[in-house]
Structure formats: C-alpha cells, structure tokens
Ligand binder design. Structure first.
Ligand SMILES: [Zn+2]
Length: 398
C-alpha cells in the first residue's frame, strides 16, 4: 500500500498540521512532515480534519435506498409496522445484499467508515437478510467496517423458532445479539431476557436491545436488563437502543437508572427523534453514561427519513438536546465519532498515531460549524486510501 501524506490540514484543536499514513494507519500528525519520494501527497488546502464518522444504529437490510420511492401507508402501531414490513418483503422479494451495499457506499461518500447495523432475523426469512448484509460486509471490507446485530424484529418468544435462528446467526458471524421490547412485544420480560442473555453468554457476544417501551414500563424492563448484565458480568458489552423510558420517568427514578447504567458500563443509543421522549445527552454525560448516535432506519417501510450523513444526525442530536454552545455541539459530534466507536467496540479508532487512517476533510473552521452547517465532505480516506472526493467515489490510489 502506498504511503500517503495529507498536507496542510487543520486539526480540531486549531493548529495547522500534516498527517502521514503508512500501511493504512496514522503514523504521525504534526506540522511540516517530511516524506520519502514515492509517497502520495494530497493537499488539504487548510480544511478541517475529522476522524471517520460512525453510524451507531441503522438497518441496512431494510432500506429502499437506490430504489423508487416507497409510498408509506402504514398504520400507527408498532405491530402495524412490523406486519407491514414482513408483508412488503414477502411481496417484493427485497434484496438485502444490493440495497445494503448501495446505502453503505452512500455512507462512505459522506465520511462514515464504521457502521453498526441491526439485521432482521425471523421465522419466515430465516437468515436470508443477514446473509445479504454479510455479502456486503465482505465486499466492502477494508473500506467500510460493518458490524451486524442479529435482531428479532418480529419478537423472540412470541415466534417460536426465533431463539434457535438467533443462535445460528451468531454462529454464522453476526457480531452482536439484538433484542426487542421484552415486555411490550414478548409480554414475558424475565423469561425473554433469560433466553436472550443465555444465547449471548453461550457465544460470548455483546447485546444491543431496542427498548421503545415508555415510562415506568420501560424503566421496569431496563432494571431487569441491568440485573442480568450484573449477574453475567457483561459490563461494557451491552447497549440499550432508544431507551425512551429515560425521557419519561421522574428525576429520582432517572437518577437511579443512570447510576446503574454508569456502574455497569451500559451505553445508550439515541436517534434524538423530535416525536418521542429521549434520554438527555447532558444528563447522561454528567452521570458518566456513554451516549452515542444513529439514524435507525433510512428510507424504509418504517420511515421516509434518515440520511447517510452522520453530521446531519449530530445536528439533529444537538437540536433535540438544546445544545447551543460550541463545546456542547461537540458533545453531539462525539455521539457520531468517539462515543459511538467506544460503545460499539470499533477498535483502532481516532486521530491518533497507530489508529486506522479513516480521515475526513471538511470546509469548516471548527467542529461546531461542521455540525451546524453539515459541511460537505471534501475528501474521505478509509484505511489510508482516498475513497471519495466532493461526495463522489474516487478511484483507489493506494
Ligand atoms: Zn432500530
């Protein structure tokens, strides 16, 4: 692989610098770096240097990206949306491989080099969607790191056979075990969670649970989850996605739950939707709870919204949490960079020597401006190779 010198950029702390990349990793960041002949040189022209962005929660297998517009006429309940999607998939023969590939490449053009995607596992489709996303993961290896979560979208206990399929999915290389509303969907939370944690424990894999349950119902389920994290010693290996209940309980109950989350190193994923109560970024940070960001679905049968631009997601997180000062907007940026990498376990991440050279250049004076303006990506480097310029695919030069 050809060495790369990214000249004349500005690091987020403010100074001018060059970045030397060797063997796909950052070797040095500093002013006026000298290089050997034969090194590929890119002039950053004073642009702001960011690390590769991280999508902490999406559903690549569901997207209609790169397809005609999906006309959404779904009913209002969660179960309406689940049934509607299953029927649509059966009717259209939706191909998870080609759609996940198209969306993952769109993420890459916008500077996202790491993605955690939940993938539907159910008794009708079996592991078909997972196999499609794994084909994309393999094809894009080295450009986009894709982490898969085996996700029981149609429920676990209420659809007998799902637990066995989740077990198979982890055996076939899914990185994380997913879960879904053990009280509201499965209606037997203790048993549902015992089955789920049993599968994860058998494979030694982390867990990421969708918890949409509101208020005290969600808080009750969350306590049951945390009991099992504690009993199995899974500190640092569990994520609660959405956790809307944390936006819907009183201050004393919230304080107790945040303390438990911090102690057990359980992270929270937020999409910061304007239509639901959400865990507050400020309160989580003050309590020492890692909170990070994601889109959830992008242009699928659930929602027409979402974007592969993670600076746009950071902006929505900032808006939803009333983050106005530059240092507060940086918390929103942290949600789509360091916090997401830490919570998902993406290794060799960041703007430090030894990290994988995932680099993004934007025209902005600082991180707050990059987020507020959703600054266009001038250059994207993944694993030391230039992969996109000005939002378009670039030929490999490494
Ligand atoms: Zn989701």
């Amino acid at each position: 692989m050809t060495d790369l010198l990214l000249k004349n950029v500005r690091v987020p702390q403010g100074g001018a610098a060059d970045v030397l990349v060797r063997g796909g990793c950052i070797q040095r960041i500093g002013p006026g770096l000298a290089v050997d002949p034969g090194t590929l040189v890119e002039d950053g022209a004073g642009a702001l240097l960011l690390p590769g962005l991280v999508e902490g929660h999406t559903h690549l297998d569901k997207t209609t990206w790169d397809s005609p517009w999906y006309v959404n006429e779904v009913g209002p309940a969660l179960t309406d949306r689940i049934e509607n999607e299953r029927a649509w998939r059966a009717r259209t023969g939706h191909d998870a491989a080609s759609h996940s590939r198209a969306l993952a490449l769109a993420f890459l053009r916008e500077g996202t080099t790491r993605i955690r995607t939940h993938v539907d596992i159910d008794t009708e489709a079996g592991l078909r969607h997972l196999e499609g996303v794994h084909a994309t993961r393999q094809e894009l290896a080295g450009r986009v790191e894709i982490q898969t979560v085996a996700f029981p979208q149609s429920g676990l206990l209420i659809r007998p056979g799902t637990a066995e399929l989740l077990d198979q999915a982890l055996g076939q290389g899914a990185d994380v075990l997913g879960g879904l509303d053990p009280s509201a969907i499965d209606r037997d939370p203790a048993r549902s969670l015992d089955v789920l944690f049993g599968i994860a424990d058998k494979h030694g894999k982390p867990i990421d649970i969708h918890l949409h349950e509101p208020g005290e119902l969600g808080a009750f389920t969350l306590d049951l989850i945390l009991d099992r994290v504690q009993a199995l010693g899974m500190q640092g290996k569990v994520v609660i996605s959405h956790a809307f209940c944390l936006g819907g309980v009183d201050a004393k109950r919230l304080d107790g739950l945040l303390r438990r989350l911090a102690t057990l190193e359980v992270a929270l994923l937020t999409t910061a939707p304007p239509s639901r109560p959400v865990p507050a970024v400020r309160a989580c940070r003050e309590a020492g709870v890692t909170i990070f960001g994601g889109n959830d679905g992008i242009r699928d049968t659930w929602t027409p919204y979402g974007s592969p631009d993670m600076l746009a997601r950071a902006m929505l997180i900032g808006l939803r949490n009333d983050l106005r000062r530059d240092d507060e907007v940086e918390w929103a940026f942290d949600c789509v960079t360091d916090a997401a990498a830490r919570a998902c376990g993406f290794s060799n991440y960041g703007l430090t020597p030894g990290a994988r050279a995932d680099l993004v250049l934007v025209d902005a004076s600082c991180i707050a401006q990059a987020v507020a303006a959703r600054a266009p990506r001038r250059l994207v480097v993944s694993g030391g190779v230039v992969v996109a310029r000005d939002g378009r695919d670039a030929l490999s030069q490494g």
